[in-house]
Design a protein around this ligand. Structure first.
Ligand code: SAH
Length: 421
């Protein structure tokens, strides 16, 4: 939101309609209700536009708007688009690429195996639902390592046809029943004792498969039943990302002895506007101890809570360095079915074995030098896209208080990162 809104004041404003309610934050964001008509005066970034509503001006999130008065045909086209993009989503799970990636991820797959193994006695005679079973790996672990009475393996993609074959090939058809369909739509003959799923996405929530788990919980989990994972945490750390910064931004300073800095705003837009998925942070690049910013209890979490999830952070810099951005990762916890059984953890952070999720890097607009003792404090907000239900925007607000200066020299920053819409 640092671009100069004066730049485009000359252009005539465009009319837009808002797609849902929005509550502005800070002094420069507008609040509006679904269906309001706005005049957009400037589009300083692709995410935040400068707009006017009933004579009041401020920033608005571009993803909440659609042009007013678009021709009917176009409007029809938009409404035909599925906000869940299920065709594309389940299409990719119908091919092997993602399953190969997930099954090759030993930390992930072994964590689920460990959960089944360490609960093998308690799983005896239990009814299990494996939501989004994919190739059926978790269901097969259940049948192989424990004696549940039945495992309902639910899968919406066409992979389900192969999963049936895999169940048979491994002689598990007595226990595992594969049901092809969306978990929201399938019917089970009974309630389940255990609901297990591997639903986590980048930055924990991306793709929002978690919604399907919550709906299945409310419909199919018997009272007092177990959910695996039982809880989840999102962790954040301020970090250096020197090589990424050099590769994408500093590069333009003097390639082949020439000044290419006029390309830096473009580089900025192209590489630092969205988060970088699949970043592997070195523990050494963490400037502070990490901090859990969001915690989800899978028993009490509601679908409506997913619209806006807020967290706070307060970090103390441990060593001098360059603050390039924030890195995020998640951990999920699997409670034991046994009274004093150990909780199994799947941690996707830099101090654990790397997983296929890796970590997510949020680059600041400008690097900031920090010293030991400086405090970086602020908030994180995960706002689900009101239209594209598998997407969200992560907004970080922070201030840096230098340990050696008075607070007047503190720096504040804010940045919103769409993932991806
Ligand atoms: N459990 C498997 C696959 C996990 S990936 C494993 O651990 O390897 C998530 C899977 O859930 C995908 O195969 C996807 O097609 C499926 N899925 C996502 N949402 C679903 C829903 N609402 N109903 C049924 N299947 C779903």
């Amino acid at each position: 939101m640092q671009a100069d809104k004066e730049d485009e004041d000359d252009a005539s404003p465009e009319e837009y309609v808002t797609l849902s309610d929005f509550t502005g934050r800070g002094f420069d964001q507008l609040s509006f209700s679904s269906g309001d008509k706005l005049l957009v005066h400037a589009k300083p970034t692709s995410e935040w536009w400068w707009a006017e509503l009933q004579g009041v001006v401020g920033y608005v999130p571009a993803s909440y708007l659609r042009p007013d008065g678009v021709v009917e045909e176009e409007e029809e086209d938009t409404s035909l688009q599925d906000p869940w993009q299920d065709e594309e989503y389940f299409g990719t799970y119908g091919t092997l690429k993602l399953h190969l990636e997930m099954l090759s991820d030993k930390s992930r797959t072994e964590a689920y195996r460990q959960v089944i193994l360490s609960n093998s006695t308690a799983l005896g005679n239990k009814v299990v639902m494996d939501l989004g079973c994919g190739t059926g790996i978790i269901s097969l672990f259940c049948a192989q390592l424990a004696q549940p009475s039945v495992v309902y393996a639910v899968e919406a993609s066409s992979m389900a046809e192969y999963t049936r074959q895999l169940v048979k090939q491994n002689s598990c058809e007595e226990v595992v029943t594969v049901l092809q369909g969306r978990a929201e739509e399938i019917e089970l003959p009974e309630q389940v004792d255990v609901l297990v799923s591997e639903w986590m996405g980048n930055c924990l929530l991306f793709e929002f498969m978690v919604e399907s788990v919550l709906l299945a919980r409310d419909r199919w989990l018997r009272e007092g039943g177990m959910i695996w994972p039982s809880s989840a945490a999102l962790t954040l750390v301020p970090c250096q990302a020197d090589s990424y910064y050099t590769e994408k931004m500093a590069f333009w300073e003097r390639p082949y002895g020439l000044d290419f800095t006029p390309l830096q705003p473009l580089a900025h837009q192209e590489f630092f506007t969205k988060p970088k998925f699949s970043h592997l942070i070195e523990p050494d690049d963490c400037l502070t101890a990490p901090c859990d910013v969001i915690y989800l209890n899978m028993y009490t979490l509601q679908v409506k809570d997913l619209e806006e999830i807020k967290g706070k952070f307060h970090f103390r810099v441990e060593k001098p360095g360059v603050f390039h951005g924030f890195t995020a990762w998640f951990t999920v916890y699997f409670e034991s079915l046994e009274a004093r059984g150990a909780t199994v953890e799947l941690n996707t952070g830099p101090n654990s074995e790397p997983t296929h999720w890796k970590q997510t890097l949020f680059m600041l607009d400008r690097p900031v030098s920090v010293s030991a003792g400086d405090v970086i404090a602020g908030t994180i907000l995960l706002r689900r896209n009101p239209v594209w239900r598998r997407h969200m925007t992560v907004t970080l607000n922070w201030n840096i208080n230098c340990s050696t200066e008075d607070t007047e020299n503190s720096q504040v920053g804010t940045k919103s990162f769409p993932m991806w819409r």
